[in-house]
Ligand binder design. Structure first.
Ligand code: GDP
Ligand code: GDP
Length: 454
């Protein structure tokens, strides 16, 4: 889970967290065996990127921190995602599509000793459609003799091919310089567009009813066809007007085109979910009310929290909910959703449309919390009272004092507390609980980081 948090540079619990802006994300894509993993290892300067991928083993790790010439960014490693060889072309395209969706810029790796293949050209088409900056890496150019092979890749129409030997390190410096030119300072994903319709992701495990809900919502309401000024919209997103207000439902193409279940599908599903959450401001996590909750359900909820997005929990298939199951459901909520007692819950049926109208008010509530800013004055008055009522316990003869606090950012609300010593985790939770009791924050994660003044 920490790894996913790294994707956008947000660590909720670091002592020294400064609520950093989202780091830009670089995806490294290409066919199997072109040298992606080798290149990732070069770029991140570590060996861990290459993990033995046993078929069926889901890799949760999506991205790795990297640094070049003093700039930090995240690298999405797709090398080794290929778990089977059957239908490899489809797999490469799917993998590239997901990686591109996650990224701010892409390094497309081609094996220069092989030249471009049909699969490579298929990926080139995807890259064109996505419109993200691309740096072309002509890999396996281990010596000057290979330069001609690299030059032949101009034919791909992606601009200058950078001759590289990922294995020996040759040319990687020039490649990374080009990467830095291509990457924005701050991830576009982390940056929420200041105006324009609000962005919603419908997420949840397969068969929970995402496409049914989307169809219900889009079917009864007006799908806005014309562009709204100032909205940059992906073709995979849909603009849907609900009660006169347009909303962008992100990544709906992925929902509508039902992805077949194959080996490793879990992993792709998880990446798609991640990509959708990253693009959205608020996520609706669908849960199946008629079925026991699974680990996959809690993982999706956690992904939303880690991404720092507003959250609504929708219990779907309520029409199938057997009253006998009710006590079990309540127990599950207490057990599995205890960390998100702050999230609004709506019970719906995507099939019949029952309570579907409750979705929008819940979305609005969560987004309002997500946007909330507490003035420094109010915040410190609140903290003063809190400390007076319940001071931090003395630890080893010392008692950390809270000096001052400020809200470093909204979307989600992030607080920085300046202290004379580390705060107990329990005390931090206490602060969070009281913050929520006092200011609401229904539907949004909040983070509190502590900075110790020496
Ligand atoms: P991936 O499937 O795209 O992640 O490819 P890998 O990084 O696993 O590399 C596939 C094979 O190509 C491995 O045997 C690597 O050692 C080899 N390889 C990777 N980069 C280079 C390179 O620059 N030169 C040479 N000669 N071999 C390389
Ligand atoms: P997705 O994989 O999350 O997009 O799920 P789908 O929307 O394709 O739904 C999977 C199955 O559940 C389909 O057979 C739907 O008809 C059914 N389904 C979805 N929502 C409901 C609901 O609220 N009630 C009932 N009874 N079935 C539903």
């Amino acid at each position: 889970d920490d790894d996913l948090a790294l994707l956008h540079g947000v660590h909720g619990d670091d002592e020294d967290d400064d609520a950093p802006a989202a780091l830009p994300v670089l995806a490294i894509v290409g066919r199997p065996n072109v040298g992606k993993s080798t290149l990732v290892n070069r770029v991140i300067g570590r060996r861990e990127a290459v993990v033995e991928d046993k078929p069926g083993v889901t890799r949760d790790r999506v991205s790795y921190p990297a640094e070049w010439a003093g700039r930090r960014f995240m690298v999405v490693d797709t090398g080794g995602w290929e778990v089977d060889v059957a239908g490899i072309d489809a797999r490469v395209a799917e993998q590239a599509e997901v990686a591109i969706a996650l990224a701010d810029a892409v390094v497309f790796v081609v094996d220069a000793t092989v030249g471009s293949t049909d699969t490579d050209e298929q990926v080139v088409r995807l890259l064109r459609r996505a419109g993200k900056p691309v740096v072309l890496c002509a890999n396996k150019v281990d010596g000057p003799a290979g330069e001609a092979d690299a030059a032949a890749l101009w034919a791909l129409g992606l601009g200058e091919p950078y001759p590289v030997s990922a294995l020996h390190g040759r040319g990687t410096g020039d490649l990374l310089d080009a990467v830095l030119d291509a990457l924005p300072e701050v991830s576009e994903h982390g940056v929420v567009r200041p105006q324009g319709p609000r962005r919603v992701a419908l997420v949840g495990r397969p068969n929970v009813g995402k496409s049914s809900l989307l169809n219900k919502v889009a079917g009864t309401q007006r799908v806005v066809v014309d562009e709204i000024a100032g909205t940059t919209r992906d073709p995979v997103d849909e603009l849907i007007e609900l009660k006169g207000v347009p909303w962008v439902f992100v990544d709906t193409a992925g929902i509508r085109r039902r992805v077949h279940q194959t080996q490793g599908a879990d992993f792709y599903a998880s990446l798609r979910t991640q990509a959708a959450i990253e693009k959205a401001e608020v996520a609706v996590v669908l849960l199946d009310a008629s079925q026991p909750m699974t680990e996959q359900d809690t993982r999706v909820v956690q992904q939303v929290i880690d991404a720092g997005r507003a959250l609504v929990i929708a219990y779907n298939k309520w029409d199938l909910m057997d009253e006998d199951r009710r006590p079990y459901l309540e127990r599950e909520i207490e057990k599995e959703l205890v960390q998100v007692t702050w999230a609004p819950r709506v019970n719906i049926s995507a099939k019949t449309g029952w309570h579907a109208e409750r979705l929008v008010p819940a979305l609005e509530r969560s987004l309002e919390s997500w946007d909330t800013r507490i003035s420094t004055g109010r915040l410190n008055a609140f903290l003063g009272e809190l400390v007076a009522a319940h001071p931090h316990p003395v630890r080893g003869g010392k008692q950390p004092r809270i000096l001052f606090a400020t809200q470093a950012s909204t979307r989600p609300p992030r607080f920085v507390v300046f202290t004379t010593g580390f705060l107990d985790p329990g005390y931090r939770r206490y602060i969070e609980r009281r913050l929520r009791e006092t200011f609401g924050f229904e539907g949004t994660p909040i983070t509190i980081s502590v900075r110790v003044r020496e």
